[in-house]
Design a protein around this ligand. Structure first.
Ligand code: MLT
Length: 407
């Protein structure tokens, strides 16, 4: 008789974004004809730039003739793309990132969820609170935690609160931990770690044989050149950090699917395992490589023209972020993020809870946001607004909030 994985019983009801979609659908059914404006999930809306379309077209055309057709590719990714990622993305790395330290994937979400498999079940994980829900949920599924407590924290996870008081970047954990997840620019708070802040974590990780899993999916949204776009800009990071990144937000690949993970060859666990070899072994067994079409698109995205064209789209989203932030501030709402990051972290007025404010915003202004408590207990009392949208829709949403929200 088949029994279910008992760890799944520890998960809360649904994953955050489908839950959001469900509640929004229920509202729509109750109010047919009401136009809903979506600032919830961070989903790209703008068409792909011409150079990327051309690149994807190259991938399609190659499949049309026997001379250029390819079936399965390397599990680790297209060699040209791996070289290009190493060259374009890690120019500022203190120690060179080699192409064979880069593993191309179908996106950051799956790598973020799968990477925990490399570590023992007893490993203690520390997360920023609030955090992208995949870090916690994937560890719950793996049986690395106990049950969720009344305060919204899981037994067995170390929470590093990110609050207004600490500028949404945590202190070093006091407890013993083995793996630390850090996301910068942060989803959901929009806070960006400075070099000094990351250095503290890197030094601490090296000293205590901790592995940092660094999520840099939003690095292209950093405009301030003094802020690090990769953890490998910090000395020693190649001895303690894995970095996960994505083409989703910077190149509009949320539907195309493409990302990568850097696992340095110098990165060892305390018991002497080489994480690059383990991840390679894992990927060869469980993954057959990213789509060859998507990878051609990725190569085009990292060309000079691709980078220039994607920058224009990033600029458009960042203008949206400014419209959202300024609009909310003009009605006296306190906001964070939205600068060097595409998310605005908004404090709910009148000490409302995140889900109460979600309902209020939907009912009064017909705007969807993401409740902060869905990212962890320290997110309670906040909501996240996403800058990914058509500028005219974003403007309409903000006008509606300004006109209709009763605060
Ligand atoms: C988000 O809204 O946090 C993300 O877009 C969801 C994701 O990347 O999976």
């Amino acid at each position: 008789m088949a029994n279910s994985n008992p760890a799944y019983k520890n998960l809360p009801g649904g994953y955050l974004f489908p839950e959001l979609a469900k509640r929004t659908r229920a509202f729509s059914e109750k109010h047919p004809g009401v136009k809903i404006m979506r600032l919830g999930i961070g989903n790209t809306t703008e068409p792909l730039p011409s150079s990327i379309i051309k690149g994807l077209g190259v991938g399609v055309k190659k499949l049309a003739s026997v001379e250029t057709y390819t079936g399965y590719g390397d599990e680790q990714g297209n060699t040209e793309l791996r070289k290009k990622i190493a060259e374009v993305k890690y120019k500022k790395a203190v120690e060179k990132i080699e192409a064979d330290e880069i593993f191309v994937s179908d996106g950051a979400k799956s790598d973020t969820a799968n990477i925990q498999e490399l570590f023992s079940k007893e490993s203690i994980i520390a997360i920023q609170d609030p955090a992208y829900p995949v870090y916690v949920d994937s560890n719950v599924m793996a049986g690395r935690t106990g049950k969720i407590r009344e305060n919204g924290q899981y037994e067995g996870i170390v929470y590093m609160p990110c609050t207004e008081k600490n500028g949404f970047f945590p202190e070093i954990p006091q407890e013993k931990v083995d793996i630390i997840y850090i996301c910068s620019p942060n989803n959901p708070t929009g806070a960006v770690a400075t070099k000094e802040q990351l250095k503290k974590f890197v030094d601490y990780a090296i000293k205590n044989k901790i592995v940092i899993i660094f999520d840099s999916a939003y690095e292209r949204f950093i405009y301030d050149s003094s802020l690090p776009r990769s953890i490998y800009e910090i000395p020693g990071a190649k001895r303690c950090a894995i970095e996960i990144n994505s083409f989703s937000k910077e190149a509009g690949f949320t539907g195309v699917r493409l990302g990568w993970t850097v696992v340095p060859k110098t990165l060892m666990t305390e018991d002497g395992a080489n994480l690059n070899s383990l991840w390679n072994r894992r990927q060869c067994t469980k993954f057959n490589g990213a789509s060859n079409i998507a990878q051609e698109g990725g190569i085009a995205a990292l060309d000079k023209k691709g980078l220039k064209e994607t920058q224009k789209v990033i600029d458009l989203y960042m203008k949206n972020a400014s419209v959202i932030k300024k609009g909310l501030e003009s009605i006296g709402i306190k906001c964070y993020g939205g600068v060097n990051a595409p998310y605005i972290w908004m404090k709910c007025p009148n000490q409302m809870s995140s889900w109460d404010f979600f309902s209020k915003l939907l009912e009064e202004a017909n705007v969807v946001c993401t409740p902060g408590s869905g990212f962890g207990p320290s997110g309670e009392g906040f909501v996240r607004l996403s800058a990914f949208g058509h500028p005219k829709d974003i403007k309409k949403a903000i006008e509606s909030i300004k006109k209709n929200l009763k605060i």
